[in-house]
Write a protein that binds this ligand. Structure first.
Ligand SMILES: [Zn+2]
Length: 621
């Protein structure tokens, strides 16, 4: 813990979560909750709920939940310490960091500082230095006006050994760890970037963390006397404040539109990102000299559910189907591929035909559809032999998809396009199918199941619809009991015990609640134990109980007693010698179960059953 717990608690209690979230989403009061459209996912009907009193939010659509700190972390994509710091500043709370965190900060602070100064230095050079004339001409020829140059803080690294190092005057360690330069063999500080247009790279919160540099077209390929211009593109090396695997160029500018649209465009380079912004699609990002990977998806999933790859067609095909499907499943995103005209790169298209670029994104197709189309358009569908071959290749591509229902739809399309009987193509697919089944994927409909909310939200109607007419059984009594424990503890005090919950998560949630003073303490304890329990508690905090506390308690007691009774009966059958001892217990429990429904004696029977259940549970431990 970098910040003392009591400071975190002070920040939390000083923060008005409704005011905080209202900066990103319109919230309306509804009963004791505030509801609105989720700021994290695209939706038309509100499934986002805030409980102001408990300081938590939950979305029934995307299942995101948390408190003010989680909200800032997810929204601004900053770490825990930074989120607490921001909220503290907002609320005017002073926090005391512990010494180890301060030391870490002190190590990184000069690096951020140096990169920020370097960005300024190179930017000023581009805007006004006489030796940047060719760079300015080049950028103008690419359609970059002053506004673009300033927005993206583009720069020019002069054709010099140590212009930046001289300007910065920092310790060798800072120069190296910031990726801005190094100490050469003559023990002199030397710049990492020379004679390059500079594209500064920022973290999602807008801090400069690295540089990318591009040589001007026609620049000499190295001057022989030392490290010349070298490769066309060059990036800062990874260091304490920059990791290529975790960084996406442009996300700091794109995140607003990415969140608003629920879609992010991933393209291949800095100039492509800028091209998309110029074409009116300010939601593009690019990897920084590395392939799109797992950690990029982990970052992206906080912002958007739809990822559009705007690579050139060959590169998109090579993204690796297995990995794409795994990312889709694991991060619950949809990956689509933009149909860019063959040979076109987004930067050229943005200038020559921005409408075509926008259309390519709007028409982006699911990854599998794109790959099947790739196969079919390159095949010769005029001859029977050509169609058979195309079908075989296409089916092999389809077979990589983990979902059987998805596979089948594509198989029918392939059959149609190749003028073959669907049955024949299916037979072909069945030979391929094991390939799909051997991976780590799950069968059939798992991906869609995972996305389905655990329980439909009860909008507006105060939850009346939830109670329905099907009796208490449809209420999920375990969840309702937890809601009561959270919101109306006085109604269920002494009437609920952990042993009543058959579901492990619900039972854990109850135990955590029973042992904590308030929700935050409970959530924190749950977080240490099992994050799923913490998520459940946050969700329940924005749901109001609608059922009668007596009904819920009765239902739970009845269900738990029946389960226990069957276990006891099974045990009696297995070891007949215990029957004498057990038979009276069985008889009494059956009688109590019958009495549960009777008006006068029901409550007493419930108490007896509860005592029996708790006693059994303790004996078993
Ligand atoms: Zn949501």
């Amino acid at each position: 813990m970098a910040i003392p717990d009591e400071d975190v608690a002070r920040v939390r209690s000083a923060t008005d979560i409704v005011a905080l979230i209202s900066e990103h989403a319109a919230l309306k009061k509804q009963g004791t909750r505030w509801v609105g459209l989720c700021p994290f996912h695209q939706e038309k009907t509100p499934s986002f709920s805030v409980n102001a009193e408990m300081g938590v939010f939950h979305c029934f659509g995307c299942q995101r939940s948390g408190d003010a700190i989680t909200f800032v972390r997810d929204m601004d994509h900053v770490d825990f310490v930074e989120a607490v710091q921001r909220l503290a500043d907002r609320a005017g709370v002073t926090i005391t960091e512990d010494p180890s965190a301060t030391a870490e900060r002190h190590q990184r602070a000069p690096l951020f500082d140096a990169v920020e100064k370097a960005v300024d230095f190179y930017h000023e050079r581009l805007l006004s230095a006489p030796d940047a004339g060719r760079a300015r001409d080049y950028l103008r020829s690419r359609g970059y006006d002053g506004e673009t140059v300033r927005t993206f803080r583009l720069g020019w690294a002069p054709d010099d050994w140590d212009a930046l190092a001289k300007h910065l005057h920092v310790a060798p360690k800072v120069l190296e760890e910031s990726g801005l330069g190094f100490v050469n063999r003559r023990s002199r500080q030397q710049d990492a970037f020379r004679a390059r247009v500079i594209f500064p790279i920022f973290d999602p919160s807008g801090r400069a963390i690295a540089l990318g540099g591009r040589v001007l077209p026609g620049a000499p390929a190295g001057d022989g006397g030392g490290p010349g211009p070298g490769p066309k593109y060059k990036n800062s090396q990874d260091g304490p404040i920059y990791s290529k695997r975790r960084t996406l160029y442009g996300l700091n500018w794109a995140k607003r539109d990415v969140i608003a649209s629920g879609e992010v465009i991933v393209c291949e380079g800095y100039t492509d990102v800028i091209a998309f912004f110029q074409a009116g699609l300010p939601r593009a990002v690019a990897t920084c000299g590395t392939a799109l990977g797992e950690e990029h998806f982990r970052l992206l999933r906080n912002f958007a559910r739809r990822v559009v790859l705007a690579y050139d067609a060959d590169a998109a095909g090579e993204a690796g189907a297995g990995r794409v499907y795994e990312w889709e499943r694991h991060h619950e995103v949809d990956v689509a591929v933009a149909a860019l005209p063959a040979g076109a790169d987004p930067a050229d298209l943005a200038r020559s035909d921005p409408g075509a670029l926008r259309a390519a994104i709007a028409d982006a197709r699911p990854y599998l559809a794109f790959r099947v189309e790739q196969v079919l358009t390159s095949a010769d569908l005029r001859s029977a032999e050509g169609r058979a071959k195309a079908a075989e290749t296409a089916v092999a591509v389809v077979a990589e998809h983990p979902n059987e229902l998805v596979r089948d739809q594509y198989i029918m399309q392939v059959a149609d396009r190749c003028r073959l009987e669907p049955a024949a193509v299916r037979a072909l697919a069945e030979r391929e199918a094991p390939r799909a089944g051997t991976g780590p994927h799950t069968p059939a409909s798992r991906p869609t199941d995972q996305r389905r909310p655990v329980r439909a939200p009860s909008h507006g109607g105060g939850g009346a619809g939830r109670a329905g007419s099907n009796g208490p059984g449809t209420l999920r009594p375990g969840l309702e009991a937890l809601r009561l424990t959270l919101h109306r503890p006085e109604l269920v005090a002494d009437r609920l015990e952990a042993v009543l919950f058959s579901d492990d998560l619900q039972r854990a949630a109850f135990e955590v609640l029973a042992g904590a003073d308030d929700l935050h303490e409970a959530v924190e304890a749950a977080e240490r134990q099992d994050p799923r329990v913490a998520a459940l508690l946050r969700r329940l905090a924005v749901e109001e109980p609608v059922a009668d506390a007596d009904d819920v308690a009765m239902t739970l007691v009845r269900q738990a007693s029946r389960r226990a009774l069957s276990a006891v009966e099974a045990q009696a059958r297995l070891s007949p010698d215990t029957v004498d001892r057990i038979a009276p217990v069985i008889a009494r429990v059956r009688r109590d179960l019958d009495e549960l429904d009777e008006p006068e004696v029901g409550l007493v029977a419930a108490d007896r059953l509860l005592a029996w259940l708790v006693g059994r549970d303790e004996a078993n431990e």
